[in-house]
Design a protein around this ligand. Structure first.
Ligand SMILES: [Fe+2]
Length: 317
């Protein structure tokens, strides 16, 4: 453990490195920035126990009863569906569906609550940009500022250890830089598990990956602008490795992990395609996604794209 007053780095054998930035630390101090980049690009997690994003008393009161903000509760408590705010359009996405036990569901925000929920998400969007700009000024020009996600529903089932894949939103080799914040109104912790580093995880599952040819339908959807760009080989590899890891029950039972408890008011930052993680429990969190091009990194060779290219011996974008 390295301790320099306002920041400390800890590492448990076999799991991700963690940098803690104490409340009140200057995020733009050179030593904080240097350690933050080193941790983030190295596949670690940056933890801010009291990051400064807060809800007002009125907002806490509003979200403390989900029936006031949403038309119905899901019957399975796995934290879904979520609410997505798209900064490019300046509003909550109306038709964002999630699969909950095989059924397609969406979180339908009540008209009476929408202005307040949108205001929280807009404020979080601005705040998260500010934090990321302070910590990582070298990324500022290159970052693609994407969605804000609000998770109003409880999770009471453990999510498998996984890396994030682009899913419906191909990143085409860019990293998913994400910042998360626990905004629970009644002090409930958000609990995560964190797994092993990216490379040993990938080397375990890569030999079993069989890529199928990208379908012509997805190419057409991308060209028409219905999905956010075409899937590259990189996107396919990440999705395939992720799926193999999730399906492997023995791996999920025995993989190295550490449990992290995030209190209300805490935020945490990671490149989530590089960090094995899974939510365990909690309710009410916000997160913001940025796409980070590998050329903008201080060391592009540590990106999931370059690591996968090295391991497969192929150009993937
Ligand atoms: Fe995830």
């Amino acid at each position: 453990m390295v301790d320099q007053g306002c920041i400390s780095v800890s590492e448990e054998a076999g799991t991700v490195k963690m940098l803690t930035i104490e409340p009140g630390a200057d995020l733009s101090a050179p030593e904080v920035r240097r350690t933050a980049i080193e941790t983030l690009e190295g596949g670690g997690l940056i933890y801010l126990p009291k990051s400064g994003f807060e809800l007002s008393e009125r907002e806490r009161e509003l979200i403390s009863d989900t029936a006031k903000i949403l038309t119905r509760e899901p019957d399975v408590q796995d934290g879904r569906p979520t609410i997505i705010f798209d900064p490019a359009h300046g509003r909550i996405k109306k038709y964002h569906y999630a699969q909950v036990r095989g059924k397609l569901m969406r979180a339908q925000v009540r008209d009476t609550a929408r202005p307040d929920i949108e205001a929280i998400m807009v404020r979080y969007g601005k705040w998260s940009e500010d934090v990321i700009n302070q910590l990582f000024p070298i990324y500022q020009e290159a970052l693609d500022r994407k969605r804000v996600t609000y998770r109003p529903f409880a999770r009471n089932s453990t999510q498998s250890l996984h890396i994030d894949s682009s899913y419906g939103y191909p990143t085409q080799g860019r990293g998913m830089l994400r910042i998360f914040t626990n905004i629970n109104p009644v002090n409930r912790l958000r609990i995560w598990q964190l797994g092993e580093p990216f490379e040993p995880f990938v080397s375990r599952f890569l030999p079993s990956v069989r890529l199928s040819k990208p379908s012509w339908i997805s190419a057409i959807l991308a060209r028409l602008g219905i999905v956010d760009g075409a899937k590259t080989k990189y996107d396919q590899y990440v999705a395939a490795v992720r799926a193999l890891g999730i399906r492997d029950k023995e791996y999920q039972r025995t993989a190295p992990r550490k449990i992290m408890e995030f209190p209300v008011g805490a935020s945490w930052i990671a490149i989530t395609d590089l960090v094995l993680h899974g939510a365990i429990s909690g309710q009410h969190s916000l997160d913001r996604t940025f796409y980070l091009p590998v050329e903008a990194m201080s060391d592009p060779s540590r990106s999931s794209l370059r690591i996968l290219e090295r391991m497969t011996g192929e150009a993937l974008v």
